[in-house]
Write a new protein. Sequence first.
Length: 114
Amino acid sequence: MPLDVLDRILRPLRRGPATSRYPDVPPDLPPAARGLPELDADRCDGTAACVGVCPANAIRVADSTWSLDAGACVFCGACQRACPTGAIRLGNRIELAVERREDLVIRRTWRAAP
């Protein structure tokens, strides 16, 4: 019985740390992880298909400006699937810590087609 108790104490020490060295080392995300949507402004044509499918109403398109409220985004990927030009893709950014709420709004502008 005493060896069983000793084994329970020493087992975690032999196994090593179960967590990463975050924030010194970026998180190791699995391939299927979904991050914040990113816009390729050169491919965006302003059709705003992404706005209509966003379940959280986190995306807005107006006056050649695409904006994403990262605080409202649910990382579902519907915007990526709905974009007809492939201008939106889910990136690797998962960290949302900011000092002010308005810093969670990401804005990108694109050039309108002549």
